[in-house]
Design a protein around this ligand. Structure first.
Ligand code: AP5
Length: 227
């Protein structure tokens, strides 16, 4: 399929509860449109693994399924967005998650004459989230995401993308933590749907559909906002 080229870098936000498919769809959009996926969850997990000061503060909060403080997340995001590859445009996966973060993003983008092109809300039912999250695993080498039922590798235990046989499951993907993560989403992140609707950039996708159907709809939206 031909890729649309834009003159200004796009800024896309993926909104949705844990397990909605933000990471899955962000990686597909990254491949299709050459944008850079910025997952604050991945950035924070890297900070925890590296043992940075931010990582030390974030670790227990993430394990409890709560939101890491706005100051830490905004600082991490600001540093990452300033890197050269982001000039191509970005897909924000898991950021913003609070109104404070959304306002900080608006300010950050305004400094370079940019604004949010689309905030795509992945609409899903809470009950489906537990099943999606409990079946999730990831290739430890290349980060490709899988699911025991919905997206198994073609050869069991072998990554389709890089051939690695090392797979990992996230520490916060357990039933109790998922309940806290869902509660945090409803309390602190869901209000952003109205925030972006009021700014005329909200798009909604029925993310209860299969991965390919969701991807087709996302593709249409991104082509529309990037033309
Ligand atoms: P983060 O890493 O962002 O996790 P999350 O929001 O809980 O989202 P997930 O990564 O769990 O789900 P996803 O929507 O990406 O779904 P996926 O595509 O993997 O955050 C983790 C923690 O970090 C937070 O709890 C918080 O503590 C902290 N944090 C991060 N950002 C923060 C911020 N901005 N502020 C404060 N704290 C922050 O899909 C899930 C599974 O379902 C996969 O196995 C996939 O194969 C499958 N699947 C996907 N789509 C479908 C479909 N359509 N049908 C069937 N299966 C599907």
């Amino acid at each position: 399929m031909e890729t649309t080229v834009t003159t200004t870098p796009a800024v896309l936000i993926l909104l949705g509860p844990p397990g909605a498919g933000k990471g899955t769809q962000a990686r597909l959009l990254e491949q299709e449109f050459g944008l850079v996926q910025l997952s604050t969850g991945d950035l924070l997990r890297a900070a925890v693994a590296e043992g940075t000061e931010a990582g030390k503060q974030a670790k227990a909060v993430m394990e409890a399924g709560k939101l890491v403080s706005d100051d830490i997340v905004i600082a991490i995001l600001r540093d990452r967005v300033a890197q050269a590859d982001c000039a191509r445009g970005v897909i924000l996966d898991g950021f913003p998650r609070t109104t404070v973060q959304a306002e900080a993003l608006d300010t950050m983008l305004a400094e370079t004459g940019q604004s949010v092109n689309a905030a795509i809300s992945l609409a899903v039912e809470d009950d489906a989230m537990v099943q999606r999250i409990s079946g999730r695993f990831t290739c430890a080498k290349c980060g490709e995401g899988y699911h025991d039922t919905f997206k198994p590798p073609k050869t069991p235990g072998v990554c389709d993308k890089c051939g690695s046989t090392e797979m990992t499951r996230r520490a916060d993907d357990n039933a109790e933590t998922v309940a806290s993560r869902l509660a945090a989403y409803h309390e602190q992140t869901e209000p952003l749907i109205a925030y972006y609707d009021a700014r005329g950039v909200l798009r909604t996708v029925d993310a209860m559909q299969g991965i390919d159907k969701v991807a087709d709809e996302m593709d249409g939206i991104v082509r529309d906002v990037m033309k």
